[in-house]
Design a protein around this ligand. Structure first.
Ligand code: MLT
Length: 409
C-alpha cells in the first residue's frame, strides 16, 4: 500500500497511545466482549446521569422551532457568542466582580478552550500543571511541542509539575521555579478538592512576580459548598491582570451532550512582548473570528435558560442531587475502610488503593471482580499512583450497588 510522505507533527509520537478515557473504554469493551451479560456500574468518566433541566429543554425546543420559521431563523452567530447569553453570564456568575460581556467568550466546551488557549503563546513557553490533573492540560501541551520526551521516572521533561499530595491537602502550591502558563483547576479534577482563598492569593502573587498567566479551569464551580472557598479567581485582588477563567454548563446543567461553556479573558490581562503590550482578549477574539462560527443558536438559548428563575432552581436540584450521591459514596467507602478525599465541594472522590495493588491493577480488579468502572489515579499523572477516582455523576442505583459489590469482594 502506498503511504503519503508528509511531515507529521512529531510531538504526537510522545503521547501515550490512548487518551485516558479511551483506554478505560477499551478495557470495558474487552470485558463486555468476554462477559456479554456483565452488568457494569459506571463510576468512571464524569458524565451526567440526570437529564437536562426542563427549563433548558423548553428553550432548546423553542429556539429550534424558530430556526424553521422564515421570520425568526438565524444564520451565522457571533464567534464570541450571542450577547443575550454573555450578558446573563456577566450578571449572574460575576455579580459584583465587574466582568463585562465583551470579556466573555462562549464556546462548545471547557476542554476546547483549555486546549486551544495555548496557541496564542510562543512554542517555548514553560507550562506548569497540577499532578494529578485532567489529562487535557498535559496532552495538549505535548501536542503543541511544549514538552520534551517522557521521563523514565514518569512525567515529561520541560513541564513544571505541581504535586497534589495528601501531605499538602491536595493543594497545588506555587513552585520555586519559573513557569509562564499555569493550569489550575478548582474544584480539582481528579482529587475533588477545591483551592482555598489563601492559595489562590499565593498564585496571583506568583503570577505577578513571574509575569505569568494562570488558566483556571472552574468547570466544577457549582459544587462549591464551603463559604470560605472562592467561586471565581476574580474574587482575588489583582487576578484580572493575570488570570483566564474557564467555565462550563456541562457539570451543573448537564450539557455534556449539548456542549456549551465560556471563557473569561479580562481586558486588564496584557502581555509585554517584543517591546509592545498586547491584550489577550483582543488576540483571542481575533483567533475566534478566524477559527469558529461559535456555538449554535438553540444551544446558546438553552444555556441562557439556566439563568431563569426556574433554570436556577432546577440546576441547584441537579447539583444538590450529585452532591448527595457523593456523600453516600464517600460514607460508604469510608465504612469499608478506604481512605477517601474530595466529594464535598466536587462530584469526584479520590480514594486510596489497597496496598497490594497499584492504580491500574486495582482498576482491572474492580472491573473484573465487581464489574465496576472507575478511573485509575495514575492515568491523571504519576502523583495519582495509588489512588482511584470515583464519580458521583453515576446513578443512585449504580452507587448503591457499587458499595454492595465492594463490600462483597
Ligand atoms: C472527567 O471525567 O474528567 C470529565 O468528564 C471529562 C470532561 O469533562 O471532559
Amino acid at each position: 500500500m502506498m503511504s503519503a510522505m508528509v511531515k507529521l507533527n512529531h510531538h504526537y509520537q510522545k503521547l501515550q497511545p490512548n487518551y485516558l478515557f479511551t483506554e478505560v473504554e477499551k478495557k470495558t469493551e474487552t470485558l463486555l466482549s468476554r462477559e456479554p451479560g456483565a452488568k457494569l456500574l459506571h463510576l468512571g468518566v464524569g458524565d451526567i446521569s440526570m437529564p437536562l433541566p426542563p427549563a433548558v429543554v423548553e428553550e432548546l425546543v423553542q429556539a429550534s422551532l424558530e430556526m424553521g420559521d422564515p421570520k425568526k431563523f438565524r444564520g451565522y452567530g457571533p464567534s464570541q457568542g450571542y450577547l443575550f447569553l454573555r450578558e446573563k453570564v456577566a450578571k449572574h456568575d460575576y455579580e459584583n466582580l465587574s466582568v463585562s460581556p465583551d470579556e466573555i467568550f462562549i464556546s462548545d466546551g471547557a476542554n476546547t478552550d483549555l486546549a486551544n488557549l495555548q496557541e496564542i503563546f510562543a512554542p517555548d513557553v514553560r507550562v506548569a500543571l497540577p499532578d494529578p490533573a485532567y489529562p487535557v492540560y498535559l496532552d495538549t501541551t505535548i501536542m503543541a511541542g511544549r514538552t520534551r520526551l517522557p521521563l523514565k521516572t514518569g512525567g515529561y521533561g520541560g513541564v513544571v509539575y505541581l504535586p497534589c499530595l495528601e501531605e499538602n491537602g491536595f493543594q497545588p502550591l506555587p513552585p520555586p521555579t519559573h513557569a509562564d502558563l499555569i493550569y489550575l483547576c478548582s474544584p480539582h479534577n481528579p482529587t475533588g478538592v477545591a483551592m482555598t482563598r489563601p492559595l489562590l492569593e499565593q498564585w496571583v502573587d506568583y503570577a505577578k512576580r513571574h509575569r505569568s498567566i494562570l488558566i483556571l479551569d472552574a468547570a466544577y464551580e457549582a459544587y462549591i459548598n464551603d463559604p470560605e472557598i472562592p467561586h471565581s479567581i476574580y474574587e482575588i485582588e489583582g487576578a484580572k491582570e493575570v488570570a483566564i477563567e474557564v467555565k462550563s454548563f456541562s457539570k451543573n446543567a448537564g450539557f455534556t451532550g449539548l456542549r456549551c461553556s465560556y471563557t473569561v479573558i479580562p481586558h486588564q490581562l496584557r502581555v509585554a512582548d517584543t517591546g509592545s503590550i498586547f491584550s489577550l482578549n483582543t488576540l483571542w477574539k481575533r483567533r475566534q473570528d478566524a477559527k469558529t462560527n461559535g456555538v449554535s443558536y438553540p444551544v446558546q438559548r438553552a444555556a441562557a435558560a439556566v439563568y431563569t428563575e426556574a433554570g436556577q432552581a432546577q440546576v441547584k436540584g441537579l447539583v444538590t442531587g450529585y452532591l448527595e450521591r457523593a456523600k453516600v459514596l464517600g460514607d460508604g467507602l469510608r465504612a469499608l475502610r478506604f481512605a477517601v478525599f474530595g466529594g464535598v465541594n466536587a462530584p469526584y472522590l479520590w480514594m486510596g488503593v489497597p496496598e497490594r495493588f497499584n492504580s491500574w491493577s486495582f482498576f482491572d480488579y474492580l472491573l473484573e471482580k465487581a464489574h465496576l468502572v472507575t478511573l485509575p489515579g495514575s492515568g491523571f499523572g504519576k502523583t495519582g499512583e495509588g489512588y482511584m477516582r470515583l464519580t458521583s455523576f453515576g446513578t443512585k442505583e449504580a452507587i448503591a450497588q457499587a458499595l454492595e459489590r465492594l463490600k462483597a469482594l
